[in-house]
Ligand binder design. Structure first.
Ligand SMILES: *[C@@H]1O[C@H](CO)[C@@H](O)[C@H](O)[C@H]1NC(C)=O
Ligand SMILES: *[C@@H]1O[C@H](CO)[C@@H](O)[C@H](O)[C@H]1NC(C)=O
Length: 410
């Protein structure tokens, strides 16, 4: 009896193993509704969610295009990255092409996620809501724009052309004109704040090198010459973060610590391929280009690895992926899309929610939006002029037809 139980246990265990571990989508039973999720790639941008003790990051599964805002516990998480929500603002092709490339900021009290995308080759910083709503705000000329959100006092600082303050948390576009000028020409790539002091980290005027300047939140209509230089070097500024007492930045070779008062710098850690870093409560958390996440104690300099998605890590060994339903799908066969419409993209189905007009909340082609009454523009279904309602077929005036398309004259 005992032996039988062990045998049953072993057989069950082996079966479960076979049915959940995978290397290819077809091994998961009902491809393309099922997918094999292998190791995660970590995209730029690392934020802290203090309330939940998590890091927030942007990632995709190797070989898959869907990107997710994810969380990873800063202690005791065993490298387990959880999807928080899927990014639906990417537009795969066409003139509206848009692709997200950085998790830019996270506001914990307001629970807002700011991301950077590349849109027709220019950068846009936007809010991505978990329900798919996308609010573009800044279109910075440079690749990086220093932003600092003061949730306690409901202020937003930015240093796009000048260092300015908005007397609210910026959550929608159309912001220009409501700002107060702190330092004219005070541009920067990263903006830190400790009490009333602002720290502007930027490339040197010569185009390379790093300079960190200091100003105060109370200055108005001041000049860039009134900022004091805390630190400068000929290193390439890649990432920036700070505590109350130290500023930290990285280049291709190392992470550096700069004393906030003296400006004296030391190498904190020789580390190549650093992608992003963020300070929280005695630790620097950082990601690397080869998809690892580290936790570094800034006092003892002990570091531990929180996640390893590099090609040499054990999780990337052949056959070690796990089977899952394609994003949005559920059910035993993974082919249930209860709340939406199935849209095919690149040979893969996506289950997309419907909007109040009964259209998918994201589209690629006009036919997905009930032509001839609707059409697809910038990945959203739109009604033709003056049409509204279910499938855009309502018109409060007279409908006339021309070349197969309706016009609604009021
Ligand atoms: C998504 O959430 C945001 C913020 O709560 C809200 O303003 C927006 O209307 C929501 N969009 C949809 C389609 O529900
Ligand atoms: C910038 O790069 C040029 C060419 O490599 C070099 O001559 C110059 O010294 C650098 N400037 C700084 C501030 O590092």
């Amino acid at each position: 009896m005992k032996v039988n139980l062990i045998l049953i246990f072993l057989i069950t265990f082996v079966l479960i193993k076979i049915s959940t571990q995978c290397n290819q989508d077809w091994e998961c039973g009902n491809a393309p509704y099922t997918v094999c999720l292998k190791q995660r790639e970590i995209l730029p941008g690392l934020q802290i969610d203090k309330n939940n003790g998590n890091l927030l990051l942007l990632s995709n599964f190797k070989g898959k295009t869907e990107k997710f805002i994810c969380s990873l516990a800063i202690s005791g998480g065993n490298g387990n990255i959880q999807n928080e929500f899927q990014i639906t603002s990417d537009i795969e092709g066409g003139s509206g092409f848009r692709t997200i490339n950085r998790l830019y900021a996270y506001l914990e009290s307001s629970d807002l996620v700011y991301t950077r995308s590349s849109e027709r080759l220019s950068a846009v910083i936007a809010i991505n809501y978990p329900n798919g709503t996308y609010n573009p705000i800044w279109y910075p000329r440079g690749f990086n724009l220093g932003l600092n959100f003061d949730e306690t006092n409901q202020k937003t600082y930015s240093c796009e052309f000048d260092l300015v303050v908005y007397n609210k948390l910026i959550t929608n576009g159309g912001i220009y004109g409501s700002e107060e000028y702190l330092y004219r020409n005070g541009r920067c790539q990263f903006l830190g704040r400790v009490g009333q002091n602002l720290y502007l980290a930027d490339r040197d005027f010569s185009g390379n090198g790093t300079v960190i300047r200091k100003g105060v939140t109370t200055c108005r209509e001041c000049q860039i010459s009134q900022l004091t230089t805390v630190h400068s070097s000929n290193r390439n500024l890649k990432g920036f973060t700070h505590s109350e007492t130290d500023l930290y930045y990285s280049d291709e070779n190392a992470i550096y610590r700069v004393n906030i008062n003296s400006g004296v710098d030391t190498v904190l850690l020789s580390q190549s391929q650093t992608q992003d870093l963020v300070y929280h409560s005695g630790y620097i958390y950082f990601t690397t280009m080869d998809h690892k996440i580290f936790k570094l104690n800034v006092n003892t300099l002990n570091s531990e690895i929180l996640y390893d998605g590099s090609s040499s890590s054990p999780t990337s060994v052949s056959g070690s992926g796990s089977c899952a339903c394609s994003p949005g799908f559920k059910g035993a066969q993974c082919n249930q899309c209860d709340s939406g419409n199935i849209i095919w993209s690149g040979g893969f189905p996506e289950c997309i929610n419907l909007d109040q007009n009964g259209f998918p909340s994201k589209c690629l082609y006009d036919w997905q939006c009930s032509i001839p009454y609707g059409y697809c523009s910038n990945s959203f279904c739109q009604c033709r002029s003056n049409f509204y309602g279910n499938q855009c077929q309502s018109c409060d005036g007279t409908v006339s037809w021309n070349s197969g398309f309706p016009t609604c004259a009021l």
